[in-house]
Design a protein around this ligand. Sequence first.
Ligand code: MN
Length: 216
Amino acid sequence: MPYAFNPSETVTVPVQGTSTSFPVRRIYCVGRNYTEHVREMGGDVERSEPTFFTKDASTIVQSDTEIPYPNNTQNLHYEVELVVAMGPDGVFGYGVGIDMTRRDLQAAAKKKGGPWDRAKNFKQSAPCSAITPAADADITGKRIVLRKNGEIVQSSSLDKMIWSVEEIIARLTYDMDLQAGDLIFTGTPEGVGPVVPGDELEGGIEGLAPIRVRFI
Ligand code: MN
């Protein structure tokens, strides 16, 4: 039966060093995965356990894009994160993502015990770099850095993740439906903060393609 209208196109991110692109299916995100970030958000480190939430594939923004400051927030925050890209045979590769967050809406949702969707899963909320194939990338103990207007605002090490990539994959496989094309944003270290129109963000992890976006 023909579609009533054209379906939306598959969202992609480039695969670094190739002429192919990675077709995105779902985006899973991990909350509370670095102790110092749990602390800065006023969380209880002793009882910390990663939280899972999702963003739609359509929220992806490729690198070197200008992003209009979103509606309905006075406190748009950056969270730089390692992105794990799942392929047909396990981990396909790695990237750098920025989990953009309407922090004011998140605080209100937390207060009411309601869902985080409006705080996290909004238009252009998931900037993501090109994916570096796993065979070309060693992420062990690598530094993760976010620069705002050239100045370092987040800096940590991937070995500070509370739950490792392997543990996150095992947990998502058990709890959810992890398939080829899924991206996992694995949580942010400390130093999250706001952006305003005119700000440029550059997220980097040594050995991986960076993500660069500018807010207008
Ligand atoms: Mn996050």
